[in-house]
Design a protein around this ligand. Sequence first.
Ligand SMILES: CC(=O)SCCNC(=O)CCNC(=O)[C@H](O)C(C)(C)COP(=O)(O)OP(=O)(O)OC[C@H]1O[C@@H](n2cnc3c(N)ncnc32)[C@H](O)[C@@H]1OP(=O)(O)O
Ligand SMILES: O=C([O-])CC(=O)C(=O)O
Length: 373
Amino acid sequence: MADKPTKGLADVVAASTAISDIDGQAGRLFYRGYDIHDLAGRTTFEETAHLLQYGRLPNAGELAAYGAELAGSRSLGELAESCLPRVAGRQSPMEALRTLVSLAGGDDPDKDSNAPEANLRKAARLTARQPVLVARYHAERTGADLPEPDPELGIAANFLLQITGRVPDRRAVEIFDTCLVLHADHTMNASTFAARVCAATLSDMHSAIVAAIGTLKGPLHGGANEQVMRTLQALDPSGVARAVRERLAAGEKIMGFGHRVYKTEDPRATHLRRMSRELAEASGDDTLYRMSKEMEEVVFETKGLYPNVDFYAATVYHYLGIPTDLFTPVFSVSRMSGWTAHVIEQHSDNRLIRPDSEYVGERDQKWKPIGER
Ligand SMILES: CC(=O)SCCNC(=O)CCNC(=O)[C@H](O)C(C)(C)COP(=O)(O)OP(=O)(O)OC[C@H]1O[C@@H](n2cnc3c(N)ncnc32)[C@H](O)[C@@H]1OP(=O)(O)O
Ligand SMILES: O=C([O-])CC(=O)C(=O)O
């Protein structure tokens, strides 16, 4: 007889990992032992991805080699390239990413190997391609000319260049790069767990990433950042407190608040709030930031809940000129570095992930032929 299940696997330790760690009581997050507050604003996304995938911050030579590998891995592959126009016309951004990553997997030269070196090469290709997939999708659906990536620029700057069509200013790049660092990994979150379950069957990295993308898409996970912006835009700026109280009283969830692990402020939200405020002030219209602050106060007063990573990420992306339906794809651009690191870790010390279940259905049913049912 199985034990009673813990609904949603809350507090169940599902894997050992050396990639990231959270102290939910103290509101602290670490990537491979480095405090997120020491990395954010000081370490680029490329350095962070190297840290997660290789297990160490790169020295100058390693960073140059990794940067060159990423820059040389941007092409989509023939299958994804040829399907992109149809996919962009018919699928939402997250659906399209799920499809295009799967198609790219079919063309990957290492697709039949889960060996560590092959996985590291695939991790670099997936990390390099994800921002390009988002930008190519967006250009395809809008008909806009897509600027060529600038070889002198990193992932954050090239992404902003390709999405907005303008060379981004230095501060915008620093802020967006910090966003990518902040979203890169987060222990056994739902999408990473999905990736690890898939990888643990000894399936390949692209299959695991497709599972992760489908899981990130949901509004209780990465999809919340888009819902935050839609909520803000639907509210009357002078009626925020009343509307939020009414929704909470009606038992509705307010997207961007609450967390399974953090019992205090999510350390990533601290940085995102500050960057949202800076961008709001620089834009000359801080309405959405002020509305967010008011929502934060009311949700805390009424429910004692803190904003999570998705809450202020929404206004940061908005002020950076990123369309709302690309917010969750942007999350995937960053989290690709963490997902791939987890697949590498899972494959390096694998056992099938197969939990038990508690049976609550009928028993002792008597079979009848179809005519008697
Ligand atoms: C990148 C990320 O994935 S961060 C999370 C992004 N998701 C969101 O922002 C969606 C909104 N938040 C939520 O739905 C939840 O807080 C989750 C999914 C993040 C965490 O879920 P869980 O740990 O399972 O908490 P659960 O959903 O059981 O909530 C516990 C209680 O707090 C309430 N609660 C939790 N979050 C919220 C919220 N955002 N708004 C209002 N009430 C909430 C629940 O209604 C529940 O109340 P009850 O005990 O009276 O029924
Ligand atoms: O850890 C979680 O459950 C969700 C989250 O904040 C993340 O994936 O960044």
